[in-house]
Ligand binder design. Structure first.
Ligand code: NDP
Length: 475
């Protein structure tokens, strides 16, 4: 009896591994072991230009009313020199440094000192201590999932301040936007550099480190898989969710407050951007435990890409629509506003429902109902590096029968809705959809390359059954 139970347990563990795609993908896990010239060139390009791209966007709003072409034209025609633009750029201030330090410290305190309480009274919410996927070295990390709680506390305090405490103006973020950019950069570079040094000298788990021998690649894509300080401070979970994503909705609120201050009203486009992006952010925190199973946590290592990206790229470039609307208060006609709302909500529904279908399918090993019917799937198998054979399933019904990454399609529809809310006068608000399209298409190809190496012929059967990646009949 005991032996049978032990066998069952071991089968379950095997199955768990299988679901997480652990052992077999070791060779393909996360970033590469060897760096090809194209990856290296892309990395050098990003390391050099990504900070300049962020600066260019924010500067063009502050100095050129969000025109992306005007600064270039000014420079090319000799009307302005780089030094003229730079001299008009606000510098780092003690005030911004104080605000930023307080903000990050507050988020660290919320993350570390307040175990989750929300799961005790919110039905259906998964919070508190949760396990992540098995790492290639076979480690199962525990995470304190309390992002929703941190988000709620932060926003309650924000509204309390705006309504009756009046300790600071709700426009504080907009008013210090460029000085805060310098602070975010300092933190982004500091944390990425620290992660690199930590990977070499005191990694949390040496067996989960990857060294390619290429300094730039290692710096950008990270060495450690799950760097931690102590038992609970997880770099990936903290930096991705907070301060970046908690800040996202606060930044939008600050932009709305600035619009009110400057123009005497908050336009319907600003409300739409706040509401649609607010839903996306809340969804992220409501599903923070699910996020532990996504590519960011399961496959990517922690380097500049995640560290600097979460501190600078995300809060500054994902919020461009709100910033744009401060300079260009667009009041949409009812049909346009309704169109944006419907597209945004539909995109969100597809994004959430597709992710939910896969999650349910994998959690129940296919013993569930998708759209009222038993799910269809392809049985597949893969072999781990030690030669053990594992079995898994790839769903071919529900949204996963429409396309292989219909969750990305929903995400892209939502992203397009934020941009369309800003009207058609300028290019800048459309950066987000352009960037998301590149990010998600690249992610899709990267994931499929990994799955193809993992499942071999079975993946070919799956792609024959579901031939399109994002859009049935098109791509
Ligand atoms: P997915 O959630 O799509 O996960 C891909 C994995 O799912 C594959 O590696 C495979 O893993 C498994 N899988 C693939 N096809 C099937 C199938 N038919 N049936 C069952 N399992 C399958 O990818 P991500 O983690 O990238 O995305 C999660 C969400 O996060 C997406 O909705 C995306 O839009 C969003 N996102 C948003 C970003 C933003 O900046 N706003 C950035 C990145 C993502 P296995 O090895 O286990 O088989």
């Amino acid at each position: 009896m005991a032996a049978r139970q032990e066998k069952k347990l071991s089968e379950e563990r095997k199955h768990q591994n299988m679901q997480n795609g652990t052992k077999a993908s070791q060779g393909q896990w996360g970033r590469a072991w060897e760096v090809d010239w194209f990856s290296l060139a892309s990395i050098l390009f990003l390391l050099t230009f990504a900070p300049l791209i962020v600066y260019y966007f924010i500067m063009s709003c502050a100095q050129y009313q969000c025109s992306l072409t005007a600064p270039l034209l000014d420079l090319l025609t000799g009307n302005k020199h780089l030094s003229d633009i730079w001299n008009r750029t606000p510098t780092l201030t003690y005030r911004a440094a104080g605000i930023y330090s307080l903000w990050v410290t507050f988020q660290v305190v919320l993350y570390m000192s307040f175990p989750d309480f929300c799961h005790k009274f919110l039905p259906g919410y998964v919070g508190g201590v949760q396990e992540g996927a098995v790492t290639p070295a076979g480690v199962v990390n525990k995470y304190q999932i309390n992002g929703l709680q941190a988000w709620i506390i932060t926003h309650v305090l924000w509204f309390a301040n705006a309504s009756f405490l009046h300790l600071f103006s709700p426009t504080i973020i907009f008013d210090n936007w460029i000085p805060l950019l310098w602070c975010a950069n300092i933190l982004g570079y500091a944390v990425s550099t620290f992660a690199m040094i930590k990977g070499y000298f005191f990694p949390t788990n040496a067996k989960d480190c990857k060294f390619t021998g290429n300094f730039f690649y290692d710096y950008m894509m990270g060495i450690e898989f799950n760097p931690r300080i102590g038992k609970w401070f997880d770099f990936k979970l903290f930096f991705n969710g907070r301060p970046g994503i908690v800040a996202w909705t606060l930044i939008n609120l600050s932009f709305a407050a600035k619009q009110q201050e400057l123009h005497g009203e908050v336009t319907n486009s600003m409300i739409l951007v706040n509401v649609l992006q607010g839903i996306y952010v809340l969804d992220f925190f409501w599903n923070e435990a699910w996020y532990l199973k996504t590519i960011d946590i399961c496959h990517d290592h922690f380097g500049w890409y995640l560290g600097w990206g979460d501190c600078v790229w995300l809060p500054y470039l994902y919020t461009l629509q709100g910033l744009y609307l401060v300079y260009h208060p667009v009041q949409l006609c009812t049909a346009h506003a309704l169109g944006v709302l419907v597209l945004g909500l539909l995109g969100y529904y597809i994004f959430r429902a597709t992710n939910h279908q896969k999650d349910l399918f994998r959690r129940t090993n296919g013993n569930c109902r998708i759209w009222g019917r038993r799910p269809e799937y392809i049985e597949c198998s893969y072999t781990s590096v030690d030669g053990t054979r594992y079995h898994s399933k790839l769903m071919t019904s529900g949204f996963w029968g429409w396309a292989r990454h219909f969750n990305y399609t929903g995400d892209l529809m939502g992203s397009l809705a934020y941009c369309l809310a800003c009207g058609f006068e300028h290019l800048l608000p459309y950066f987000y959809i352009t960037y998301m399209a590149i990010l998600l298409i690249h992610r899709c190809l990267r994931d499929e390359h990994r799955c193809s190496s993992k499942y071999g012929k079975d993946w070919e059967r799956y792609t024959a059954a579901v031939p399109y990646r994002l859009l049935p009949g098109v791509f």
